[in-house]
Design a protein around this ligand. Structure first.
Ligand SMILES: *Cc1c(COP(=O)(O)O)cnc(C)c1O
Length: 387
């Protein structure tokens, strides 16, 4: 069976070279006589693996020295609690609610203190990212956003000005898709299964001055979840996800050898812009995210009916195209085009969309051409383009 054209939102495609390398090292990692999975996390060999993973990540992201890198577990979801537990010192934070994930994070934060919704795009069904209408209260502990909304396919292309208030960002589905200026954030976290490795690891990048002596909520914070402690133990307070970190390290090297994050950004915009361009002229499919908010990774769209969406998904499987069903909270269709999704997968998807559309011309007419209204609202020229 050839490798699938995998558009899954996460867990998602991992570079083939990385998988081959890991397979070759499976039974005997560099003469150790064992797999990395079987190795003590306290061994010298493993320490070298985690140190190299961190060093490589620091190089590709240009992470300043005053930021710690933590490898944690519990997914991005556990960080929805860890962030307020560690950072909500005045018990007051602000949240930008742009969709499924920031709404969940906001609800979680409400358990620990006052979490104000500073802006929300829920009234337009999260088809764009909400922006701040007024200056941020400088007394807030932090301002939170999800920079790329995986479910709705939207993205902040510019960060809000929060003055001196630290910005906390969930980068899960755009982590390592493009360069980011780490110094603009107080804390970044990302579940790695979208773009950086296998599920089970979460990377936290946090500025030193936010660590404090103890977590904001003090002794009730689970020891494991204290950022300062995790930093002081080199992410090895307990047994980390050894295999996952090893594989992440390989993905980091793959990115570095493929031209780094600048090259990733160019490739990724090229891939998704081909899909957006098709959607903007299609008589059958409608794009779901407004032009200026469109994601570098998750392209959301739909056919005129749920039945046609289902038919599209079923027909895709026959062409080895998988993972294009939309998230259950939104429905429709979604193509996630992370780093490891090659251009030829976009070729295959576009060819299939055109074929599907040509055999469903009647459905497009019957649907009264909903995509035209959408095309007016979204200007392709407003899309970010790689130079
Ligand atoms: C997938 C995802 C999450 C949830 O990640 P888990 O690792 O399953 O907890 C959170 N935020 C964003 C932006 C995501 O894409």
């Amino acid at each position: 069976m050839p490798r699938a054209f995998n558009f899954s939102a996460g867990p998602s495609a991992i570079p083939e070279e990385v998988l081959r390398e890991a397979a070759a090292e499976m039974l005997d990692y560099k003469g150790s006589g064992m797999s990395v999975m079987e190795m003590s996390h306290r061994s010298q060999a493993y320490q070298a693996i985690i140190d190299d993973a961190e060093a490589t990540l620091r190089r590709i992201m240009a992470i300043p020295d005053n930021y710690r890198v933590l490898f944690m577990q519990g997914g991005a979801t556990l960080q929805f609690a860890a962030v307020p537990m560690n950072l909500m010192r005045g018990r007051h934070a602000g949240y930008l609610v742009s969709g499924n994930w920031s709404k969940k994070a906001w609800l979680e934060a409400c358990k620990y203190g006052q979490a104000d919704v500073l802006a929300s795009s829920e009234d337009t069904s999260f088809d764009r990212v909400p922006t701040l209408a007024s200056p941020v209260d400088q007394g807030l502990d932090y301002v939170y956003l999800c920079q790329n909304e995986t479910v709705y396919g939207t993205m902040y292309h510019d960060l809000p000005d929060t003055g001196g208030v630290p910005l906390v960002a969930d980068l899960s589905s755009m982590f390592l898709s493009c360069p980011v200026d780490v110094s603009r954030y107080g804390l970044i976290f990302a579940g790695v299964q979208k773009n950086a490795g296998p599920a089970g690891n979460t990377i936290v990048i946090v500025r030193d001055d936010l660590l404090g002596d103890v977590p904001a909520l003090g002794d009730v914070v689970p020891t494991y979840m204290g950022y300062r402690l995790q930093a002081s133990k080199g992410s090895m307070y307990n047994t980390p996800n050894t295999w996952g970190i090893y594989l992440c390290g390989k993905v980091f090297h793959w990115i570095e050898e493929s031209g780094g994050l600048v090259a990733m950004r160019e490739r990724n915009w090229k891939k998704v812009n081909r899909l957006y361009d098709y959607l903007d002229q299609s008589a059958l499919f409608s794009p779901l995210a407004q032009g200026p908010s469109r994601s570098i990774a998750n392209v959301t769209f739909r056919a005129p009916s749920p039945e046609l969406d289902a038919a599209f998904v079923a027909g895709a499987a026959e062409r080895n195209i998988v993972g294009i069903k939309g998230h259950r909270v939104l429905g429709g269709l979604r193509a996630s085009c992370y780093n490891a999704v090659p251009a030829k997968a976009i070729d295959a998807l576009l060819a299939y969309m055109a074929d599907f559309e040509s055999t469903r011309a009647d459905a497009a007419d019957a649907a009264d051409n909903p995509s035209n209204a959408n095309a007016n609202a979204t200007s392709p020229s407003a899309l970010p383009r790689s130079s």
